[in-house]
Write a protein that binds this ligand. Structure first.
Ligand code: ATP
Length: 580
């Protein structure tokens, strides 16, 4: 994949000054490091071999100078280690926020295709490596380049032939590192895949823990987990092998260079071409030349991981939300609640067959309409076109005469309240969850909404009343209680249009009657579309619309449809038989 370098660099912009200061510190610290062996050389060569009566004084001066240099070097390194990481961390935070904000805007059609676990890993793991790339990359390259060039020039000036002899070893270290890095790269990638498998296994097993325990399948789950865990360990084991060969191999090569310098250097001393001080200086500088080669090749692995992370980040950032407000979209205050479908056709994807074609329907403001039909006929789909969770393939959906495509998305969705069978509650308190319907609502408004939803009494019986934690996804509440909280949420939102999607079908008779009562209360004065399977619950609807795979086939009141003896009467008779 092409690497979007301009976009990549743009994240430095807010922190450019801090980043350049860190780079300057990295440069100064590396340059200072180069000076210290030169001072050692000066002591051994000029001071100790000169007039010894003044040597002690000079050594003290040089010792003092060394202390200052070491202080500068370490302060510089401290800034690089601390502030450098901070710059990387800030950029990582920015990217993470941007990605999360972008994901919030992506449409239902995107989430229909993606796996949540994988998206989570893009937002967490993938970006962790990016912060390293952002600050380690430039700082380390600068640091090692300064050291390498500095050491090479100094050594060359001291003794060119010996420097070139050392230089001959460098390509060997380079090639060795490159080959081993490829191996390591593959090993690291495999580790990631294996740990992702372990994660997937943990997620699957723990989110389904209630099913696992109800089938008493704990041992089978442990076995599956141990298999993945063992595969991860095997992969780690081969990484340890590659790392040991790599680090010890490079160490061996460095020792070979040191031995070469000692042997050739000593021979040069015998032939009066080098003195002892130069040999010591050489030995001190060897690491400066070799370390950059070793580090830079090894770093390339880390950088590669960061680059892959950025590419994966951009893959999501490049997905445009399928549904967005137009630039000149109208903002509606409060609609009357007239809803029209005009010759609407819809398919989820080009690969799928249309759910319905050329469908027209008009719901009057304040009308109570029930949508019935066989499973899979498209009742939920039809309702999801009103808040524009999906766009129609052909035709138009109108709210108060406005095409939903022309309405500002937030103002459109503010007009519509949805109560679903599968209630989603967030972890937090009862209060937080009801307030979700109207952020900023006062506590009194929340209590009033809960009362209207028949939820107040059960809430007051919870250990901390409205401040009780409900657990992840509301696990500490019963189905009926969750449903009532979701109704309270919609009471608080107070929208003019209501969609009730099989809101009572999973409840027992008592909960059902409480919730039916709350819903009837909620529906008053609002345009309401109820999707219902249990036909007994919608007998009182002003109009019943029967949707089958052939589109809308019948509509009318319960009595009129029974008298017609068509699809509705057939469905009704079937349910009645089942109940008897
Ligand atoms: N996100 C989706 N992506 C692709 N196809 C979908 C999606 N959601 C639903 N469908 C398909 O669209 C058709 C209509 O589904 P829909 O859920 O609207 O039916 P329904 O009448 O509400 O059914 P039920 O009464 O069983 O809930 C079905 O064939 C279903 O498989």
């Amino acid at each position: 994949m092409h690497f979007p370098i301009k976009k990549f660099l743009s994240y430095y912009r807010p922190y450019l000054r801090l980043f350049l200061s860190v780079l300057a510190c990295a440069f100064i610290a590396s340059a200072v490091t180069l000076v210290i062996p030169l001072l050692v050389r000066y002591i051994t060569k000029d001071v100790l071999e000169g007039d010894l009566s003044i040597a002690l004084g000079k050594v003290c001066w040089i010792g003092g100078l060394m202390l200052i240099l070491v202080a500068i070097q370490n302060i510089g390194n401290y800034v690089v280690d601390y502030k450098g990481h901070e710059v990387g961390g800030r950029m990582e935070r920015d990217l993470r926020s941007e990605l999360f904000a972008h994901m919030q805007k992506l449409s239902f059609s995107f989430y229909d295709k993606e796996k949540t676990g994988q998206l989570m890993s893009r937002i967490t793991n993938d970006l962790l490596l990016l912060s390293e790339l952002y600050h380690h990359g430039p700082e380390d390259y600068l640091k090692y380049l300064v050291r390498f060039i500095g050491a090479f020039v100094i050594l060359f000036m001291i003794n060119a032939p010996l420097t070139l002899a050392v230089f001959c070893f460098l390509p060997i270290i380079g090639v060795f590192s490159l080959v081993l890095n490829k191996w390591l790269n593959r090993a690291y990638k495999r580790n990631k895949e294996r740990i992702a498998d372990v994660n997937a296994q943990v997620e699957d097993s723990l989110s389904g823990i209630r099913v696992v325990q109800s089938f008493a399948n704990e041992q089978a789950e442990i076995r599956k987990f141990n298999q993945e865990n063992q595969r991860f360990f095997e992969s780690r084991k081969s990484t340890y092998k590659a790392e040991a060969i790599y680090y010890d191999g490079v160490e061996t090569l460095i020792q070979l260079i040191t031995i070469t310098v000692i042997v050739f250097g000593s021979a040069s001393i015998v032939h009066h071409k080098l003195d002892l001080a130069d040999l010591i200086t050489f030995l001190l500088y060897i690491g400066y030349m070799v370390e950059p080669i070793q580090k830079l090749t090894h770093m390339s692995t880390q950088l590669q991981e960061g680059i892959t992370g950025f590419q994966r980040f951009m893959e999501i950032m490049n997905v445009n939300p399928a549904i967005e407000s137009k630039r000149d979209a109208v903002k509606l205050d409060r609609v009357n609640g007239e809803i029209s479908f005009k010759n609407v056709s819809f398919r989820y994807d080009d690969d799928f067959a249309p759910v319905f074609a050329d469908l027209s329907l008009r719901v009057h403001p304040g009308e109570y309409v029930a949508l019935v039909g066989p499973s899979g006929a498209g009742k939920t789909t039809l309702c999801s076109l009103i808040p524009r969770f999906y766009d129609v393939s052909e035709g138009e959906v109108l709210v108060d005469g406005w095409n939903v495509r022309d309405i500002d998305l937030k103002s459109l969705r503010n007009q519509i309240g949805i109560v679903q069978q599968d209630v989603y509650l967030f972890s937090g308190t009862v209060m937080d969850n009801i307030r979700y319907g109207k952020p900023g609502a006062s506590d009194e408004e929340i209590v009033a909404a809960a009362k209207r939803a028949n939820a107040h009494d059960f809430i007051m019986n919870l250990p901390n009343g409205y401040h009780s934690e409900i657990g992840q996804r509301g696990v500490r509440l019963s189905g009926g209680q969750k449903q009532r909280l979701s109704i309270a949420r919609v009471f608080l939102k107070n929208p003019p249009v209501l969609i009730l999607d099989e809101a009572t079908s999973a409840l027992d008779n008592e909960s059902e009657s409480i919730i039916k009562d709350s819903l009837e209360h909620l529906a008053k004065g609002r345009t309401t579309i109820v999707i219902a399977h249990r036909l007994s619950t919608i007998r009182k609807a002003e109009r019943i619309i029967v949707l089958t795979e052939d589109g809308i086939v019948e509509e009318g009141t319960h009595e009129a449809l029974l008298a017609r003896d068509g699809v509705y009467a057939h469905l009704y008779a079937k349910q009645f038989e089942l109940q008897v």
